[in-house]
Design a protein around this ligand. Structure first.
Ligand code: GTP
Ligand code: MG
Ligand code: ZN
Length: 338
Protein backbone atom coordinates (compact mmCIF):
# COMPACT_ATOMS: atom_id res chain seq x y z
CA UNK A 1 0.00 0.00 0.00
CA UNK A 2 1.47 3.33 -1.03
CA UNK A 3 -0.06 5.04 1.97
CA UNK A 4 1.71 2.68 4.26
CA UNK A 5 5.06 3.05 2.47
CA UNK A 6 4.78 6.81 2.67
CA UNK A 7 4.13 6.74 6.37
CA UNK A 8 7.11 4.41 6.91
CA UNK A 9 9.27 6.77 4.90
CA UNK A 10 8.04 9.67 6.95
CA UNK A 11 8.75 7.81 10.12
CA UNK A 12 12.26 7.03 8.92
CA UNK A 13 12.82 10.69 8.03
CA UNK A 14 11.65 11.89 11.40
CA UNK A 15 13.84 9.29 13.05
CA UNK A 16 16.85 10.46 11.03
CA UNK A 17 16.23 14.09 11.87
CA UNK A 18 15.99 13.27 15.54
CA UNK A 19 19.06 11.07 15.39
CA UNK A 20 20.96 13.90 13.70
CA UNK A 21 19.88 16.35 16.35
CA UNK A 22 20.89 13.95 19.06
CA UNK A 23 24.33 13.46 17.52
CA UNK A 24 24.89 17.17 17.10
CA UNK A 25 23.90 17.76 20.69
CA UNK A 26 26.21 14.99 21.80
CA UNK A 27 29.03 16.56 19.78
CA UNK A 28 28.35 19.92 21.41
CA UNK A 29 28.46 18.30 24.82
CA UNK A 30 31.66 16.42 23.96
CA UNK A 31 33.32 19.51 22.51
CA UNK A 32 32.39 21.45 25.60
CA UNK A 33 33.97 18.74 27.73
CA UNK A 34 37.11 18.51 25.60
CA UNK A 35 37.60 22.27 25.73
CA UNK A 36 37.19 22.40 29.48
CA UNK A 37 40.04 22.87 31.88
CA UNK A 38 38.19 22.15 35.08
CA UNK A 39 36.91 18.66 34.60
CA UNK A 40 36.39 17.36 38.11
CA UNK A 41 33.06 15.52 38.20
CA UNK A 42 30.77 17.28 40.68
CA UNK A 43 27.34 16.78 42.14
CA UNK A 44 24.46 19.05 41.30
CA UNK A 45 20.71 19.47 41.29
CA UNK A 46 18.69 20.17 38.14
CA UNK A 47 16.53 23.20 38.94
CA UNK A 48 14.87 23.63 35.56
CA UNK A 49 14.96 22.12 32.09
CA UNK A 50 14.03 23.98 28.92
CA UNK A 51 14.34 21.46 26.09
CA UNK A 52 17.99 20.47 26.01
CA UNK A 53 19.09 23.33 28.27
CA UNK A 54 19.47 22.62 31.95
CA UNK A 55 20.07 24.87 34.92
CA UNK A 56 22.12 22.92 37.44
CA UNK A 57 22.77 24.16 40.96
CA UNK A 58 26.08 23.17 42.51
CA UNK A 59 26.67 22.50 46.19
CA UNK A 60 27.58 26.15 46.79
CA UNK A 61 24.30 27.36 45.30
CA UNK A 62 25.78 28.61 42.02
CA UNK A 63 23.66 27.86 38.94
CA UNK A 64 25.31 26.52 35.77
CA UNK A 65 23.95 26.32 32.24
CA UNK A 66 24.41 22.70 31.24
CA UNK A 67 23.79 20.33 28.39
CA UNK A 68 23.39 16.63 29.01
CA UNK A 69 25.18 13.82 27.28
CA UNK A 70 22.55 12.12 25.16
CA UNK A 71 23.17 8.54 26.20
CA UNK A 72 22.23 9.27 29.81
CA UNK A 73 18.51 9.92 29.23
CA UNK A 74 16.65 13.14 29.98
CA UNK A 75 17.37 14.87 33.27
CA UNK A 76 14.37 16.67 34.77
CA UNK A 77 13.76 19.18 37.52
CA UNK A 78 14.76 17.66 40.86
CA UNK A 79 17.28 15.22 39.40
CA UNK A 80 20.56 14.79 41.23
CA UNK A 81 23.26 14.66 38.61
CA UNK A 82 26.98 14.36 38.07
CA UNK A 83 28.35 17.13 35.90
CA UNK A 84 31.60 18.74 34.83
CA UNK A 85 32.29 22.39 34.26
CA UNK A 86 33.18 23.36 30.71
CA UNK A 87 33.42 27.12 31.09
CA UNK A 88 32.87 29.94 33.56
CA UNK A 89 29.19 29.12 34.03
CA UNK A 90 28.78 26.23 31.60
CA UNK A 91 28.82 22.53 32.14
CA UNK A 92 27.97 19.07 30.86
CA UNK A 93 25.85 16.59 32.76
CA UNK A 94 27.40 13.16 32.50
CA UNK A 95 25.12 11.05 34.71
CA UNK A 96 21.72 11.08 36.39
CA UNK A 97 21.73 9.61 39.88
CA UNK A 98 19.12 6.96 40.62
CA UNK A 99 15.72 8.59 41.17
CA UNK A 100 13.82 7.88 44.36
CA UNK A 101 10.58 9.03 42.74
CA UNK A 102 9.52 10.51 39.43
CA UNK A 103 6.23 12.20 38.59
CA UNK A 104 5.21 11.91 34.94
CA UNK A 105 2.54 13.68 32.98
CA UNK A 106 1.44 13.21 29.38
CA UNK A 107 2.76 15.73 26.84
CA UNK A 108 0.70 17.23 23.97
CA UNK A 109 0.94 13.95 22.04
CA UNK A 110 -0.32 11.89 24.98
CA UNK A 111 3.04 10.27 25.76
CA UNK A 112 4.20 10.24 29.34
CA UNK A 113 7.03 12.62 30.12
CA UNK A 114 8.80 12.83 33.46
CA UNK A 115 8.03 16.20 35.04
CA UNK A 116 10.00 16.16 38.28
CA UNK A 117 12.16 13.73 40.23
CA UNK A 118 12.96 12.92 43.86
CA UNK A 119 9.80 14.37 45.35
CA UNK A 120 8.90 13.57 48.92
CA UNK A 121 5.60 15.45 49.01
CA UNK A 122 2.85 16.51 46.65
CA UNK A 123 0.80 19.59 47.44
CA UNK A 124 -2.48 19.69 45.53
CA UNK A 125 -3.69 23.27 45.44
CA UNK A 126 -7.19 24.36 44.75
CA UNK A 127 -9.07 27.62 45.16
CA UNK A 128 -12.64 28.94 45.01
CA UNK A 129 -11.72 30.06 41.51
CA UNK A 130 -11.00 28.33 39.14
CA UNK A 131 -13.83 25.97 40.10
CA UNK A 132 -12.31 23.05 42.06
CA UNK A 133 -12.43 19.61 40.46
CA UNK A 134 -12.56 16.59 42.76
CA UNK A 135 -11.79 14.40 39.74
CA UNK A 136 -8.52 16.25 39.20
CA UNK A 137 -7.78 16.14 42.93
CA UNK A 138 -8.38 12.39 43.08
CA UNK A 139 -5.90 11.88 40.25
CA UNK A 140 -3.25 13.96 41.99
CA UNK A 141 -3.78 12.05 45.22
CA UNK A 142 -3.61 8.73 43.38
CA UNK A 143 -0.32 9.86 41.82
CA UNK A 144 1.04 10.65 45.30
CA UNK A 145 -0.09 7.25 46.63
CA UNK A 146 1.59 5.46 43.76
CA UNK A 147 4.81 7.40 44.23
CA UNK A 148 4.66 6.70 47.94
CA UNK A 149 5.04 10.38 48.83
CA UNK A 150 3.11 12.47 51.33
CA UNK A 151 0.14 14.42 50.07
CA UNK A 152 -1.30 17.68 51.30
CA UNK A 153 -4.45 19.40 50.07
CA UNK A 154 -4.21 23.19 50.19
CA UNK A 155 -7.14 25.45 49.61
CA UNK A 156 -5.89 28.91 48.63
CA UNK A 157 -7.68 32.27 48.23
CA UNK A 158 -9.88 31.72 51.28
CA UNK A 159 -10.24 35.54 51.37
CA UNK A 160 -12.63 35.18 48.42
CA UNK A 161 -14.99 32.89 50.33
CA UNK A 162 -18.21 33.97 51.96
CA UNK A 163 -19.82 31.73 54.57
CA UNK A 164 -21.75 29.68 52.01
CA UNK A 165 -18.69 29.27 49.77
CA UNK A 166 -16.59 28.20 52.72
CA UNK A 167 -19.22 25.63 53.74
CA UNK A 168 -19.38 24.24 50.20
CA UNK A 169 -15.61 23.80 50.04
CA UNK A 170 -15.46 22.27 53.51
CA UNK A 171 -18.13 19.88 52.38
CA UNK A 172 -16.15 18.93 49.28
CA UNK A 173 -12.97 18.34 51.28
CA UNK A 174 -14.31 16.72 54.46
CA UNK A 175 -14.25 13.20 52.96
CA UNK A 176 -10.52 13.62 52.29
CA UNK A 177 -9.81 14.58 55.87
CA UNK A 178 -11.75 11.52 57.03
CA UNK A 179 -9.44 9.21 55.07
CA UNK A 180 -6.37 10.85 56.55
CA UNK A 181 -5.34 13.64 54.20
CA UNK A 182 -4.31 16.92 55.79
CA UNK A 183 -5.92 20.13 54.68
CA UNK A 184 -4.40 23.60 54.70
CA UNK A 185 -6.56 26.71 54.36
CA UNK A 186 -4.57 29.58 52.93
CA UNK A 187 -4.83 33.13 51.79
CA UNK A 188 -1.91 34.95 50.29
CA UNK A 189 -3.77 38.23 50.62
CA UNK A 190 -3.85 38.17 54.42
CA UNK A 191 -1.14 35.55 55.00
CA UNK A 192 -3.54 33.10 56.60
CA UNK A 193 -2.23 29.58 57.18
CA UNK A 194 1.27 30.32 55.98
CA UNK A 195 3.08 29.46 59.23
CA UNK A 196 1.77 25.88 59.50
CA UNK A 197 2.28 25.41 55.75
CA UNK A 198 5.95 26.44 55.98
CA UNK A 199 6.39 23.87 58.74
CA UNK A 200 4.96 21.10 56.58
CA UNK A 201 7.24 22.04 53.70
CA UNK A 202 10.46 22.26 55.74
CA UNK A 203 13.01 19.64 54.78
CA UNK A 204 10.79 18.13 52.07
CA UNK A 205 11.01 18.29 48.30
CA UNK A 206 7.43 19.29 47.54
CA UNK A 207 5.81 19.83 44.19
CA UNK A 208 2.93 22.28 43.88
CA UNK A 209 0.30 21.03 41.46
CA UNK A 210 -3.11 22.32 40.47
CA UNK A 211 -5.10 24.12 37.84
CA UNK A 212 -3.78 27.26 36.25
CA UNK A 213 -4.54 30.30 38.40
CA UNK A 214 -4.94 28.64 41.81
CA UNK A 215 -1.87 30.53 43.06
CA UNK A 216 1.07 28.10 42.89
CA UNK A 217 3.59 30.69 41.79
CA UNK A 218 2.17 33.27 44.19
CA UNK A 219 2.70 30.77 46.99
CA UNK A 220 6.32 30.25 45.99
CA UNK A 221 6.77 34.01 45.98
CA UNK A 222 5.24 34.34 49.44
CA UNK A 223 7.45 31.61 50.89
CA UNK A 224 10.79 32.76 49.53
CA UNK A 225 12.27 35.98 50.76
CA UNK A 226 15.14 35.62 48.27
CA UNK A 227 13.04 34.58 45.28
CA UNK A 228 14.26 37.47 43.13
CA UNK A 229 17.83 36.38 43.70
CA UNK A 230 17.00 32.76 42.89
CA UNK A 231 15.15 33.74 39.71
CA UNK A 232 17.96 36.11 38.77
CA UNK A 233 20.52 33.33 39.07
CA UNK A 234 18.28 31.05 37.05
CA UNK A 235 17.59 33.39 34.19
CA UNK A 236 21.26 34.30 34.05
CA UNK A 237 22.11 30.62 33.70
CA UNK A 238 19.44 29.71 31.18
CA UNK A 239 19.09 33.07 29.45
CA UNK A 240 15.38 32.48 29.53
CA UNK A 241 14.19 35.30 31.71
CA UNK A 242 11.26 35.07 34.03
CA UNK A 243 9.12 32.48 32.26
CA UNK A 244 9.33 30.33 35.30
CA UNK A 245 6.02 28.52 35.09
CA UNK A 246 6.49 27.30 31.56
CA UNK A 247 8.49 24.45 33.09
CA UNK A 248 8.72 22.80 36.49
CA UNK A 249 11.19 24.83 38.54
CA UNK A 250 12.86 23.94 41.81
CA UNK A 251 13.47 26.59 44.50
CA UNK A 252 15.43 26.34 47.71
CA UNK A 253 13.39 26.93 50.87
CA UNK A 254 14.97 29.21 53.47
CA UNK A 255 14.43 26.61 56.23
CA UNK A 256 15.84 23.70 54.19
CA UNK A 257 14.14 21.60 51.56
CA UNK A 258 12.90 22.41 48.08
CA UNK A 259 9.69 23.62 46.52
CA UNK A 260 8.90 22.81 42.89
CA UNK A 261 6.51 25.12 41.05
CA UNK A 262 4.82 23.42 38.11
CA UNK A 263 2.91 24.78 35.16
CA UNK A 264 -0.85 24.68 35.71
CA UNK A 265 -3.01 22.26 33.83
CA UNK A 266 -6.59 22.24 32.70
CA UNK A 267 -6.69 18.49 33.06
CA UNK A 268 -4.26 15.95 34.41
CA UNK A 269 -4.27 12.43 33.12
CA UNK A 270 -2.96 10.06 35.66
CA UNK A 271 -0.45 7.54 34.38
CA UNK A 272 -1.64 4.07 35.27
CA UNK A 273 0.01 0.78 34.47
CA UNK A 274 -3.10 -1.22 35.20
CA UNK A 275 -6.09 -1.79 37.43
CA UNK A 276 -3.90 -2.71 40.41
CA UNK A 277 -2.18 0.63 40.07
CA UNK A 278 -5.49 2.44 40.19
CA UNK A 279 -6.64 0.48 43.24
CA UNK A 280 -3.42 1.44 45.02
CA UNK A 281 -4.11 5.08 44.27
CA UNK A 282 -7.29 5.22 46.38
CA UNK A 283 -6.15 4.62 49.92
CA UNK A 284 -9.59 3.75 51.34
CA UNK A 285 -10.46 1.47 48.40
CA UNK A 286 -7.19 -0.51 48.29
CA UNK A 287 -7.91 -2.56 51.45
CA UNK A 288 -11.39 -3.49 50.15
CA UNK A 289 -10.11 -5.05 46.95
CA UNK A 290 -10.45 -8.85 46.99
CA UNK A 291 -13.33 -8.73 49.48
CA UNK A 292 -16.21 -8.63 46.98
CA UNK A 293 -18.25 -11.82 46.60
CA UNK A 294 -17.25 -12.17 42.97
CA UNK A 295 -13.58 -12.15 42.03
CA UNK A 296 -14.39 -10.23 38.84
CA UNK A 297 -16.74 -7.77 40.56
CA UNK A 298 -17.07 -4.50 38.68
CA UNK A 299 -18.40 -2.75 41.80
CA UNK A 300 -21.52 -1.84 39.91
CA UNK A 301 -24.72 -3.87 40.48
CA UNK A 302 -23.18 -7.09 41.82
CA UNK A 303 -24.43 -8.47 45.14
CA UNK A 304 -21.89 -8.69 47.94
CA UNK A 305 -19.72 -5.85 46.61
CA UNK A 306 -17.34 -4.68 49.34
CA UNK A 307 -17.08 -1.20 47.83
CA UNK A 308 -20.85 -0.70 47.69
CA UNK A 309 -21.10 -1.97 51.25
CA UNK A 310 -18.46 0.55 52.33
CA UNK A 311 -20.46 3.32 50.67
CA UNK A 312 -23.63 2.16 52.47
CA UNK A 313 -21.72 2.11 55.77
CA UNK A 314 -20.48 5.66 55.19
CA UNK A 315 -16.85 4.56 54.96
CA UNK A 316 -16.37 5.30 51.29
CA UNK A 317 -17.61 8.56 49.83
CA UNK A 318 -19.81 7.99 46.74
CA UNK A 319 -18.00 10.74 44.84
CA UNK A 320 -14.65 9.00 45.40
CA UNK A 321 -16.13 5.70 44.18
CA UNK A 322 -17.58 7.46 41.13
CA UNK A 323 -14.19 8.97 40.25
CA UNK A 324 -12.52 5.62 40.81
CA UNK A 325 -15.01 3.98 38.43
CA UNK A 326 -14.50 6.76 35.91
CA UNK A 327 -10.74 6.21 35.94
CA UNK A 328 -11.21 2.42 35.72
CA UNK A 329 -13.36 2.88 32.60
CA UNK A 330 -10.78 5.19 31.04
CA UNK A 331 -8.09 2.63 31.81
CA UNK A 332 -10.12 -0.13 30.18
CA UNK A 333 -10.63 1.97 27.06
CA UNK A 334 -6.94 2.73 26.77
CA UNK A 335 -5.86 -0.88 27.28
CA UNK A 336 -8.42 -2.00 24.65
CA UNK A 337 -6.73 0.41 22.24
CA UNK A 338 -3.22 -1.01 22.80
N1 GTP B 1 -7.63 36.82 46.24
C1 GTP B 1 -6.54 36.07 46.17
N2 GTP B 1 -5.85 36.01 45.01
C2 GTP B 1 -4.74 35.25 44.96
C3 GTP B 1 -4.29 34.51 46.09
N3 GTP B 1 -3.19 33.84 45.72
C4 GTP B 1 -2.96 34.13 44.42
N4 GTP B 1 -3.89 34.99 43.95
C5 GTP B 1 -3.99 35.52 42.58
O1 GTP B 1 -4.31 34.47 41.69
C6 GTP B 1 -3.76 34.72 40.39
C7 GTP B 1 -3.05 33.53 39.83
O2 GTP B 1 -1.94 33.23 40.64
P1 GTP B 1 -0.66 32.42 40.13
O3 GTP B 1 0.25 32.29 41.30
O4 GTP B 1 -0.09 32.98 38.90
O5 GTP B 1 -1.31 31.00 39.76
P2 GTP B 1 -0.56 29.67 39.26
O6 GTP B 1 -1.21 28.55 39.97
O7 GTP B 1 0.90 29.81 39.41
O8 GTP B 1 -0.97 29.62 37.73
P3 GTP B 1 -0.17 28.90 36.50
O9 GTP B 1 1.27 29.31 36.58
O10 GTP B 1 -0.87 29.38 35.30
O11 GTP B 1 -0.36 27.43 36.71
C8 GTP B 1 -2.86 35.93 40.57
O12 GTP B 1 -3.52 37.07 40.06
C9 GTP B 1 -2.67 36.04 42.07
O13 GTP B 1 -2.46 37.37 42.50
C10 GTP B 1 -5.04 34.62 47.31
O14 GTP B 1 -4.75 34.01 48.35
N5 GTP B 1 -6.16 35.41 47.28
MG1 MG C 1 2.42 29.66 38.00
ZN1 ZN D 1 -17.19 -5.00 44.15
Amino acid sequence: MPGRRLSDRQKARIHNIQEGRRQRLDERAEQALAASEVDQPRHGLVVVRHGADLAVEDEQGQVWHCLARQNIGHPVCGDRVVWQASGADRGVVTAIQARATVLARPDYSGRDKPLAANLTQLVAILAPRPEPSAYLLDQYLAAAERLGVKALIACNKTDLLDAAGRAALENLLAPYERIGYSLAWLSLVDGKGMGPLAERLAGETSILVGQSGVGKSSLVMALMPDLDIQIGRLSQATGLGRHTTSAATCYRLPGGGHLIDSPGVRSFRLTLDGQADLEQGFREIAPLIGHCRFANCRHDQEPGCALKQAVAAGELHPARLANFQHLAAALERSSARH
